[in-house]
Design a protein around this ligand. Structure first.
Ligand code: F0G
Length: 364
């Protein structure tokens, strides 16, 4: 099939940033035209914080989360290396993405999921993309250990973010922010789970700044990085692994993050922080995003916004800053948690007749 590449539409992160990614002419590009996501001004958050706040809306990627950025690179490289199967551990989004990209490349996706801890829609994504699904009796950290062991011994490529091609793809989100704003923001805020994304953003901002004298980039500076974990799954806040992580934000229910050192470096080199927010703060932020900004994100995705609001309300956020908050995954990824927060839905039952309906709905 002839593929049109002259399109003025977004071509996916590999073609858009080819010169900054570990691909060559020999790399078969496996893409769903991920990336190119909107940087949406957030007027309510801006007013609340006396800052200029933007949301990087990653839920509009093809499988509904930021994972597609890394997966296009990881799967393209696996295809180049002749892999016939890929494996990943996941809290649901990585597996959805791995399954979609793997089948597109004609590979078998094997996904290891913590038993009973994946939201229904994410599990459905693995199913519809033909994933070979293992329900592992353990948590995400057990799944990741198992995935590493399988990839060491058996003919299957590991596509978790310990695979450096994943972070290479994910760093393109930082490029896009700079391309949109003309420079890096003062502060970049995002949720932290396995800690790949905070590491990837820092990598992206660093590569895109002129501080690399031999390869000057479009950014003049780098932001401070603020990461937020869920209080029941906050190993960075405790300073070591958490053995039984627990949070309503199932995507970041992780006790032993793989990218520990890279995330600490992102935090410290940027003069930033990694802190925790409670489940209540996460769900409240998710609701504020839906009800005020018009953006429905999954619970884990709201952790950055929850942290920003918490710091602002406790007087620890300087006014006047330009801030980007990444919202990592779509709200439709976990409808049960969102619905439960709102309680029973009681619509107005109205006749199909305008006058009566208007009266019942308070329009008349
Ligand atoms: N937000 C969402 C929606 C996620 O799915 C994840 C991670 C994160 C934030 C945290 O990103 O791990 O790079 O720090 N989800 C992984 C998964 C673990 O399996 O889908 P991180």
């Amino acid at each position: 099939m002839a593929v049109v590449t002259q399109s003025r539409l977004w071509r996916g992160v590999i073609e858009e940033y080819r010169d900054r990614l570990p691909v060559t002419a020999a790399t078969p590009v496996v893409t769903l035209r991920e990336g190119g996501t909107p940087l949406v001004p957030a007027p309510w958050l801006s007013e609340q914080t006396s800052c200029e706040v933007y949301l990087k809306v990653e839920g509009v990627n093809p499988t509904g989360s930021f994972k597609d950025r890394g997966m296009t690179v990881a799967i393209s490289k696996a295809a180049e290396e002749g892999a016939e199967a890929v494996v990943c551990a996941s809290t649901g989004n990585t597996s959805a993405s791995a399954a979609a990209y793997a089948v597109r490349a004609g590979m078998r996706p094997v996904v290891l999921l913590p038993d009973g801890k994946i939201s229904g829609p994410k599990l459905a994504q693995a199913v519809v993309h033909g994933g070979v699904i293992a329900s592992v009796q353990g948590n995400f950290d057990d799944c990741l250990r198992l995935a590493r062991e399988l990839a060491e011994t058996y003919p299957v490529a590991l596509v978790n973010s310990v695979n450096p091609y994943r972070l290479a793809g994910q760093k393109t989100a930082a490029f896009e922010v700079v391309d949109d704003l003309g420079d890096a923001p003062d502060l970049h805020v995002l949720p932290v789970g396995n800690a790949g994304n905070i590491s990837a953003y820092w990598l992206g901002y660093s590569e895109y700044t002129a501080y690399a004298a031999d390869n000057p980039g479009p950014a003049k500076r780098r932001p401070r990085m603020w990461g937020f974990q869920a209080a029941g799954a906050a190993p960075f806040v405790h300073g070591g692994p958490v053995s039984a992580p627990e949070t309503v934000a199932s995507a970041i229910r992780i006790g032993n993050p793989a990218s520990w050192d890279l995330a600490i470096a992102a935090r410290d080199d940027s003069g930033g922080l990694i802190d925790a927010v409670t489940d209540e703060q996460i769900l409240a932020a998710q609701q504020e995003l839906s009800g005020r900004e018009g953006l429905f994100v999954e619970p884990a995705s709201a952790a950055g916004v929850a942290g920003l609001l918490h710091y602002s309300r406790t007087g620890r956020l300087d006014a006047g800053q330009r801030i980007v908050v990444t919202v990592t995954g779509h709200g439709l990824k976990d409808v049960d948690t969102a619905s439960a927060y709102y309680g029973e839905i009681r619509p107005y039952v109205v006749p199909a007749q305008a006058d009566a309906a208007a009266k019942a709905l308070g329009l008349a």
